[in-house]
Design a protein around this ligand. Structure first.
Ligand code: GLY
Ligand code: MN
Length: 411
């Protein structure tokens, strides 16, 4: 735990550096350069029930940093307009004050030179679309589809694809945010390892981890925590977390904090009693070997998947050439998911996974072997920054070697 505390001190005070306002403007300017028509984007609406607090739609957040509900935006190569809902005193009694287009500070707060009432979006859209041939929307956004239907002969383009081209390359500020979320998630894993013992329920382990996030001011889990013991370690997205972890079993913990909007994704698989059985260790070392082989191959120009020497193929080949199941078959068939995805504002951040890696991309490397017949599921996942010369493990402070894990469980 001492190491985790050092890590946390190193990033203290947490969230001091948010994304600079100028960076949002710069992202829009970059996006607009490539536009050949009107992009229509609607932010998230106020949630109608109390299940969740308000979270901005991630493309809208990426381009604006705007954190109030009900906003929209039109972008063309030459123009950008932010649309804001009018004041509604009754709603504001419940949800707090909002910024409206006619507020004197609307431009300064939003960083948009042009801010209009939301009710003006249709005439503005018709004016802009009249001068162009294409409309970019984020399907299935029904608000955007209503506007799009007013111009049925225009070409239809996917806004998400264009925005993802920018989102895959993280800025220094974004890398800093992901590193913070990752440091806190590493501390969460170490807290769970320390508390680990046979007889704990999966939800108790998950609670130990999420408690660390909230103690550090993170807003939520980037995805529902996956804490699978014994047979549940073989279910890839097990999120029920209601079984008791018994002696002799593995516990797979796949969790990530979302802090200052940015996600992370870190998985470790540990023995509940602090000692792998010989068979668990054998499988664990195959997965670790595959992960090391894939990480060693991360560099600009390498591909996550889609070609012979892809990271996916390297990990698969390693798994399929090491170890056997109880029937003497190779293990490749037990690696049943993709090795990598992008991480950013979303845990599964959007972007083309067949494109060559570039510096500034943040991806996961997460091989796994899941053998239900043996109640053994092992996944080892790190969040990795692609650098000009290779890879930097943002979650590298969390031990991966079986012997190091054994030393830390329950202590
Ligand atoms: N951490 C869950 C996933 O990557 O699917
Ligand atoms: Mn993942």
């Amino acid at each position: 735990m001492r190491r985790a505390l050092c890590l946390l001190l190193a990033v203290s005070p947490l969230f001091a550096g948010s994304i600079p306002a100028a960076e949002y403007k710069q992202r829009r300017a970059e996006l607009r350069k490539s536009l050949d028509g009107v992009m229509v984007l609607f932010g998230a609406e106020e949630p109608e029930d109390l299940h969740t607090s308000f979270f901005q739609e991630s493309n809208f957040l990426y381009l604006t940093g705007w954190r109030e509900p009900g906003a929209a935006m039109l972008l063309t190569r030459n123009e950008e307009i932010l649309f804001l809902p009018a004041h509604n005193r009754q709603k504001e009694i419940f949800n707090g004050p909002i910024t409206a287009a006619d507020d004197s500070d609307a431009n300064a707060k939003s960083g948009f030179a042009s801010v209009m009432p939301r009710s003006a979006i249709e005439p503005e859209f018709l004016r802009m679309a009249g001068k162009s041939r294409s409309i970019y929307t984020l399907p299935p956004d029904s608000n955007a589809q209503k506007l799009r239907a007013l111009m049925p002969l225009h070409d239809e383009r996917n806004a998400g694809t264009e925005i993802a081209r920018l989102r895959v390359i993280k800025s220094e500020a974004e890398i800093g945010r992901i590193a913070e979320s990752t440091d806190i998630t590493v501390a969460a894993h170490l807290a769970a390892w320390k508390a680990m013992k046979a007889g704990l329920f999966e939800y108790e382990i998950a609670a130990t981890m999420t408690n660390v996030y909230f103690q550090h001011g993170c807003e939520r889990s980037a995805y529902a925590p996956i804490v699978g013991s014994g047979p549940n370690s073989t279910i890839l997205h097990y999120m029920t977390n209601h079984r008791r972890a018994d002696s002799g079993e593995l516990v797979l913990m796949d969790v990530g904090a979302e802090c200052s909007d940015y996600a992370t994704d870190v998985t470790r698989t540990v023995p509940v009693d602090g000692k792998f059985t010989a068979r668990q260790r054998e499988i664990y070392d195959v997965v670790l070997g595959a992960q090391k082989a894939a990480i060693a191959a991360v560099k600009p120009g390498a591909r996550m998947r889609g070609e012979k020497n892809s990271l996916q193929q390297i990990a698969y080949d390693y798994i399929n050439s090491h170890g056997q199941d109880l029937h003497g078959d190779t293990l490749g068939k037990y690696f049943t998911h993709a090795l990598s995805h992008y991480v950013g504002l979303d845990v599964h951040d959007p972007g083309d996974v067949n494109t060559p890696l570039q510096p500034g991309m943040v991806i996961t490397i997460e091989p796994g072997v899941y053998i239900p017949e043996e109640n053994i599921g092992v996944r080892i996942e790190d969040t990795v920054l692609v650098t000009p010369s290779g890879a930097k493990l943002l979650s590298g402070a969390l031990p991966r070697e079986a012997s190091e894990i054994e030393k830390r469980i329950g202590k």
